[in-house]
Design a protein around this ligand. Structure first.
Ligand SMILES: Cc1ncc(COP(=O)(O)O)c(C=O)c1O
Length: 387
């Protein structure tokens, strides 16, 4: 009987512990700080704020919670408009719906795959003509790649509309030397298990507006009034990060730069090893940016390669390799069907094209070179006809 050997699974982006985390967790155990507050939470907030150079940070139990609180702080309410990148994970826009507000999606542009300044401008012009400007703009830095911040910030400033920078995937990235996440009125990071550094689950809201951060923290802890008993005047949330999770985060932050360097090296290796396949085009990076390359992504010219993205993904799956489609744009999601999207080109939506032709490759910073060469070998086999 023929024996079938299954090769070890290669995951898209698994957690990568450094070992330093245990020091902070043990400390929390010793002190019995097993709660959604404590010394690790305070220290992690200060360390993140120092790291990216902002006045303050609030540690939360998810990046989604951070986006939600930022929208609340910006006064987003029922019926308001919020502009948001379309090519992103659903969590970027779900909090708009929590507030009963209306998302308006903005297409990507080809050189960053992020929000198109041209489409944003058009959305603003039409909103102004209709006398209904958005309350906020959510700009996403896809797969750790900074968006065209100069152009986007300048357009939002022209209309005096605040920005929430969704840097869930781009902690550690730089745009013209400035940390990703620090360009808007609020910045958001995620520490989900698949992110560049993790707390198992968690997020951070950052800002230079310490008054707003204090209010966000108040709302994140059930909005308890300062009274000698449990009194509440506003709707609150249970959104704080636990002291154990924050301990993991502190240990992870110590190796952030190393993790970014490794992910960039993984991207460079894919690029070098697949450079001779003309049907593949990697996600580009602007010259003055330093992306985290959280996930290495490329598009395939399906006709030139004579292969579809679906076929490639199925083939990799059959080899026990986890790869994924690029995010399905939010304006194509059944959930957001009734909302408007502004395209980069009149005749073509870039986000739709990237979804149709794009794939994300395993990019974990703990993937071995042998594992990466296995991924590369199978892509080459299939695309060069030896599959
Ligand atoms: C672009 C983007 N925004 C927001 C989030 C939400 O973060 P979280 O999973 O921590 O709620 C994620 C990741 O999960 C993300 O990738």
């Amino acid at each position: 009987m023929q024996q079938i050997t299954v090769e070890k699974r290669i995951l898209l982006s698994p957690p990568h512990m450094s070992g330093n985390e245990l020091k902070y967790i043990n400390e929390a155990f010793k002190q019995n700080w097993i709660a959604p507050l404590g010394p690790n939470v305070d220290a992690f907030e200060n360390e993140i704020a120092d790291y990216v150079g902002v006045k303050g940070a609030v540690a939360l139990n998810s990046g989604t919670a951070a986006i939600h609180l930022a929208l609340i702080q910006l006064g987003v309410k029922e019926g308001d408009l919020v502009f948001c990148s379309s090519l992103t994970f659903v969590a970027s826009a779900n909090p708009i719906l929590y507030q009963g507000a209306e998302p308006v999606f903005i297409d990507s542009e080809p050189e960053t795959w992020n929000m198109s300044p041209a489409a944003l401008k058009q959305a603003f012009e039409e909103a102004e003509a209709a006398d209904k400007l958005p309350k906020a703009v959510i700009i996403v830095n896809l797969y750790g790649q900074p968006a065209r911040m100069d152009e986007l910030v300048s357009i939002c400033q022209d209309y005096k509309v605040p920005i929430i920078e969704d840097a869930a995937e781009s902690l550690g990235a730089l745009y013209k030397g400035k940390p990703s996440g620090t360009f808007g009125d609020f910045g958001v990071y995620s520490f989900n298990g698949n992110k560049i550094i993790t707390t198992s689950g968690g997020g951070m809201l950052i800002s230079n507006n310490t008054v707003a951060l204090k209010q966000a923290c108040f709302l994140a802890t059930q909005a308890k009034d300062s009274a000698p008993y449990y009194q509440h005047s506003e709707v609150g949330y249970n959104y704080r990060m636990s002291n154990i999770s924050a301990g993991i985060g502190r240990g992870q932050l110590e190796v952030l730069q190393e993790r970014v360097r490794t992910r960039r090296f993984i991207y460079q290796t894919y690029q070098a090893e697949l450079a001779d396949i003309p049907a593949i085009a990697f996600m580009p990076e602007l010259t003055q940016t330093y992306a985290t390359r959280w996930l290495t992504a490329f598009t395939i010219d399906e006709q030139a390669a004579d292969i579809t993205v679906t076929k490639l993904l199925q083939f990799l799956e059959s080899k026990n390799i986890e790869a994924r489609h690029v995010w399905k744009p939010l304006h194509m999601q059944p959930l957001f069907q009734k909302y408007k999207c502004y395209s980069h080109y009149k005749e073509m939506n870039i986000a739709e094209h990237l979804f149709k032709t794009g794939i994300c490759l395993p990019s974990g910073s703990n993937m071995t070179m042998v594992e990466q060469m296995r991924v590369i070998k199978y892509i080459r086999n299939l695309l060069l006809g030896a599959g």
